[in-house]
Design a protein. Structure first.
Length: 468
């Protein structure tokens, strides 16, 4: 496993040479070490132990790979790790969790994997946070995390229903996030005399006007995956219209009028203004296509993509993009929200859990996340102190003359960002079925009413066991 570290460190060095690293001086290694040592924590309380960390290939992992030696020097712990592609990562994590083998001590997760909590696979972290032997709360400062990022990582493991996150214990610490925003080509809008749409019918009309001269008005992920429902703009519009998945009694409400109306609009948008092959487009495809220089007028995707789109070494659209909230609807605004989190496998020994908490605390601390964001592009940050750090401000102020910072602040602080789905261990399963239903609407195999009614029947069967 150590051989993989060498490869990744070389890769990070290459990124530095081509200018992907934002700032090499946001916080130096010496300053980071000094900040860590200011904590009233016995970092060497588990010296001599070995922990194993499972990493998905994302910027935060690249930061950790490069900085693990510093953690080992600080703590006296030895860290083994595996860093895997996205599909490999989730497959291996699920096998380890389900088997109870406890091969991995520290793992990456996401905020909507409530099934991990319900199954007892993730260790509750409150007892470590509140143990002064292992945590200096004043130094670690949980209040520095954006409130929504912290709340969506909490659950009591049993309360099923709309908006039931933010209660109970915290099971994994958020280190980066994604909100779905509207990005658009300012040059194409100017060419065709268009303005930024503020309603969904306006967006559909604008996308149609942009679908000409070999270009397409709209691009996003469209594949049949749970994340397509959550993070390509569909959920933003569906919930902005007043749609829902279940009521308080866990009865399905997919086929109510607001959700049906929006789903028909979404079907028309995707059918008439997206490129061929849209229904197999992944999140990575959407990121690449929009920055390719081809004429894609608008994109609804995760704001983490801005790091690629605004990078002149790999993007053809630098300086051409504008950023806005996705349109509101009769029920206001909504922005689907995802956090990457880091947690502890509950199957390991108590001794290893304490050592693992030192690692989790280190990898989500202020100095680490500042360095990870400024030097390794772990973005957007979940800590407010990182977001307001001069190096991060300088980077993001360049994007659409500061418009993105305004959109981000309003999204996070005014709580357009949320997890709108009914909280349950079945969220991803139901969203997979939902994505299939929406694809049928896009292909005009069924009407939105028919598709959502059929979805409701399947979802009702799945959720029946949770009804009181």
């Amino acid at each position: 496993m150590r051989g993989k570290k060498t490869v990744l460190v070389v890769a990070v060095a290459l990124l530095c040479m081509v200018g992907l690293i934002v700032s090499a001086c946001a916080i130096t290694p010496e300053e980071m070490r000094s900040e860590m040592e200011k904590a009233n924590i016995d970092w060497r309380s588990c010296a001599g132990q070995t922990i194993t960390v499972n990493l998905s290939r994302i910027p935060h992992a690249e930061a950790m790979v490069d900085l693990i030696t510093e953690f080992e020097q600080l703590t006296g712990l030895r860290v083994n790790f595996e860093i895997l592609s996205d599909e490999e990562y989730w497959n291996k994590l699920t096998i380890d969790f389900a088997s109870g083998a406890g091969f991995f001590d520290v793992v990456y997760t996401g905020n909507i994997f409530y099934n991990y909590i319900a199954a007892g696979w993730l260790e509750p972290l409150g007892k470590y946070l509140n143990d002064p032997t292992y945590t200096d709360l004043d130094w670690y400062d949980p209040d520095d995390f954006w409130k929504i990022a912290w709340e969506v990582s909490m659950w009591d493991g049993k309360t099923i229903g709309p908006n039931t996150y933010g209660i109970g214990d915290i099971y994994h610490i958020p280190f980066t996030s994604e909100s779905t925003i509207l990005s658009y080509r300012k040059d194409l809008f100017a060419k065709y005399g268009l303005t930024v749409p503020t309603s969904w019918p306006e967006l559909l009309d604008t996308a149609k006007k942009l679908t000409r001269d070999g270009g397409y008005g709209f691009i996003s992920r469209g594949s049949r995956k749970w994340s397509t429902i959550a993070y390509n703009g569909y959920s933003n519009g569906y919930y902005a219209y007043g749609g829902g998945d279940f009521d308080q009694n866990l009865n399905p409400i997919f086929d109510r009028a607001p959700g049906v109306e929006f789903t028909e609009l979404w079907g028309e948008l995707c059918r008439e203004t997206t490129p061929p092959g849209f229904l197999s487009t992944t999140w990575e495809d959407a990121r690449s296509l929009f920055m390719s220089g081809a004429n894609y007028g608008m994109c609804m995707e995760a704001d983490t993509f801005l790091l690629s789109w605004e990078n002149e070494d790999i993007s053809e659209v630098v300086g051409k993009l504008g950023y806005s909230h996705t349109p509101g609807g009769p029920a206001g605004h909504c922005a689907g929200y995802w956090t990457w989190n880091i947690g502890i496998n509950s199957a390991i020994s108590e001794k290893d859990k304490k050592a693992s908490w030192l690692f989790v605390q280190w990898a989500t601390s202020k100095p680490f996340l500042l360095r990870a964001t400024a030097d390794f592009l772990t973005f957007p940050p979940t800590r407010k102190s990182v977001w307001f750090h001069p190096s991060v401000v300088a980077m993001t102020e360049k994007w659409d003359n500061g418009s993105y910072r305004k959109v981000f602040r309003e999204t996070m602080e005014y709580k357009y960002t949320r997890v709108p789905w009914t909280i349950s261990p079945e969220m991803t399963t139901i969203n997979e079925l939902w994505a299939e239903a929406v694809q049928k609407v896009i292909m005009k195999e069924v009407t939105a009413k028919e598709a959502l009614t059929a979805l409701g029947k399947k979802a009702e069967e799945i959720m029946e066991k949770y009804k009181k």
